[in-house]
Design a protein around this ligand. Structure first.
Ligand code: COA
Length: 442
């Protein structure tokens, strides 16, 4: 038996895009769940529409509707999380603007701001009962689909069928289009020695039986590699990554319910979206051990806190000597987004025996206005003017560089400054100490 009910909802991409009107609020699914077929053609309706706001999160395809200067006035990208193509378009074209958010509230906050008119997402082909899987993200998609006037999904036979809140019936969808395309792959960054040094410092502090969350960026991948000798870890994370597949295959992830520190969906690896390589997508396909659940639930700090020994590992761009963490902008230039950094760091600290790690290289070769590079300390006396605080200093626990790990939780400013200077690059410690004295921290 096969389900043929979707045939009467099937329209062409052209017909789907014709449903968008001027001044509409359109929502696109996140990252590897983006409806590429529709988004690649969105610019073709520019002559008929003005001022269409399209919400995106970590878009991975640099499509014309926001990268072509001629699109200004027709479309504006309301971005929850910047990727390289948005950064460029925001700086040079003015076709993108950032939406401040904690990821678990992205969808709900959007509803407080504006009702969505059109939702554009992706799904697997229907099963014989008419159920499809939203596949690689259910971060904000369910809330916004449920509220949108029109829901259009791109059926993509190349997507993995994931389980959890991703499963919906086609009755909940107004129209479908068909577009087969392998999901975009995020290459695994090559780990450098400094990644391994940071990974080892963190690995030493992670106990067997912990529940882990790994953030986005090069360092978290290296951290996963340092956890291979642990026992009975569980996964409760925003983003499911290749490193977690390696841990599972190495037998580090507990498989019996009694061994799970992860308490909210015992026996499952919990995430809200996945982005990585084909190996990851193959692992997720029809895998009953993984549950992709709504981001409003997965990343809710109170839900995370119900796990035992929840550990969150995130990275950052800059930390000041009082512990303020900026992970999303370089000065005033929006670089990425808050994502779930605060959600997961706060949730981990609320969990029994939990720990939150903010990891960073001690230095960066920062691009200067004239295009040259200059080595700077990422631990700074004060945040760069215009920098956005991603994690409030009252919510910071461990900070880790190649030079060690220090715990700021509960510590006064004088001790924070001393501890942070002790893990700064040796070439910058004297200067930081002088500045800390001038600022009255020491
Ligand atoms: N000043 C100026 N430039 C800096 C800098 C600083 N303090 N720190 C880093 N940079 C530059 C680097 O030199 C690099 O530039 P390049 O690309 O021109 O070489 C660039 O910024 C990126 O730095 P890198 O360390 O490679 O970043 P990453 O790709 O590992 O990502 C974050 C790190 C912090 C941006 C990323 O983890 C993030 O967006 N975090 C916020 C969201 C989050 O944590 N979510 C967690 C749940 S998934």
């Amino acid at each position: 038996m096969s389900y043929a009910g979707h045939q009467n909802k099937l329209i062409s991409i052209e017909e789907a895009l014709a449903k968008i009107r001027s001044n509409d609020c359109v929502i696109s699914a996140l990252g590897a769940a983006e409806p590429v077929g529709m988004l690649e053609q969105l610019h073709t309706i520019a002559d008929h529409v003005e001022n269409v706001a399209v919400s995106t999160c970590l878009p991975v395809h640099p499509v014309k509707w926001f990268t072509d200067p001629a699109m200004k006035g027709h479309f504006i990208n309301h971005a929850w999380f910047y990727s390289p193509s948005i950064r460029k378009a925001a700086a040079e074209l003015g076709t993108c603007t950032f939406v401040p958010n904690h990821l678990h509230l992205a969808g709900l906050d959007r509803l407080a701001y504006r009702k969505p008119n059109v939702f554009l997402g992706t799904c697997t082909p229907p099963d014989r009962f008419g159920y499809v899987s939203l596949s690689l993200s259910v971060t904000y998609e369910r809330e916004l689909m449920e509220a949108a006037d029109i829901v259009i999904l791109e059926i993509n036979e190349c997507l993995p069928r994931t389980y959890g809140d991703t499963i919906i019936h086609l009755d909940e969808v107004d129209f479908v289009v068909e577009h087969a395309r392998a999901p975009v792959e995020l290459p695994i960054p090559e780990s450098e020695e400094r990644d391994h040094m940071i990974g080892r410092h963190i690995g030493e502090l992670i106990e067997d039986g912990s529940t882990i969350q790994l953030g986005i960026g090069g360092i978290p991948n290296a951290v996963a590699g340092e956890l291979m000798n642990k026992k009975d870890l569980s996964i409760h994370t925003e983003m499911f990554t290749d490193g977690m597949v390696d841990l599972y295959e190495a037998g580090v992830i507990g498989k019996t319910p009694h061994s799970f520190g992860q308490k909210v969906l015992t026996g499952k690896m919990v995430a809200t979206f996945a982005l990585g390589t084909k190996k990851l997508y193959d692992f997720l396909d029809r895998n009953p051990a993984v549950a992709l659940m709504r981001g409003s639930w997965v990343n809710n700090p109170y839900v995370i806190a119900r796990n035992k020994k929840q550990v969150s590992i995130n990275t950052t761009l800059e930390v000041d000597l009082t512990g303020q963490v900026c992970s999303e902008s370089i000065g005033p230039m929006q670089f990425s987004g808050t994502g779930g950094q605060a959600d997961t760091a706060i949730g981990a600290q609320m969990s029994e025996g939990g720990k939150s790690f903010i990891a960073l290289y001690s230095t960066a070769d920062a691009k200067q206005a004239d295009g040259t590079r200059k080595t700077i300390s990422k631990i700074t006396p004060m945040l760069t003017p215009g920098a956005n605080v991603t994690l409030h200093r009252a919510n910071v626990d461990y900070v880790v560089t190649e030079y060690g790990a220090v715990r700021l939780r509960g510590a006064p400013i004088c001790d924070r400054a001393r501890m942070l200077i002790s893990i700064a690059h040796p070439d910058f410690r004297e200067g930081l100490t002088e500045q800390a004295k001038k600022l009255g921290y020491l």
